[in-house]
Design a protein. Structure first.
Length: 145
């Protein structure tokens, strides 16, 4: 087993994200220029060091005030804010009831905290958790394909 092939991550993609196009069969990774008219989302990873750092900063006052127990709704809101700042970086071609939904941190937080969007949240979480999307790729492996 080559540890690089199995475990190394591309730190640029880990922080800068990868574009994923929503597809009925699978959410494929694409270059930005390939998006076209399809709905797409730019996602980094929660393994991104900024994610954990910002989440800890947001939670610290609540933990200090209440001990280790943080209200579920407060925690969910802090996670949504942190995802909006560090993981869900952009999207394209999103419509809701025929209206264009532009990317904004406020829209990310709304979608993440509104129970109506639970299935979308699950789908985005699956994309964020796709560790293969962030694996480092050796040039000779890419050239060989």
């Amino acid at each position: 087993m080559d540890l690089f092939n199995e475990f190394a991550v591309d730190t640029d993609r880990l922080q800068g994200g990868v574009w994923r196009v929503f597809d009925t069969l699978s959410d494929r990774i694409v270059e930005e220029a390939e998006i076209g008219e399809e709905p797409a989302i730019l996602l980094s990873s929660t393994d991104n060091p900024k994610y954990q750092q910002i989440l800890e900063q947001k939670m610290k006052p609540h933990i200090m005030k209440r001990g280790m127990e943080v209200d579920r709704k407060v925690k969910e809101r802090m996670i949504a804010e942190t995802l909006a700042e560090t993981v869900i970086l952009n999207w394209r071609n999103w419509t809701v009831k025929g209206q264009q939904m532009e990317y904004s941190k406020a829209n990310v937080i709304e979608l993440w905290t509104n129970p109506m969007w639970a299935r979308l949240k699950e789908r985005v979480l699956a994309m964020i958790g796709d560790v293969d999307a962030f694996k480092a790729a050796r040039e000779e492996t890419i050239v060989g394909n």
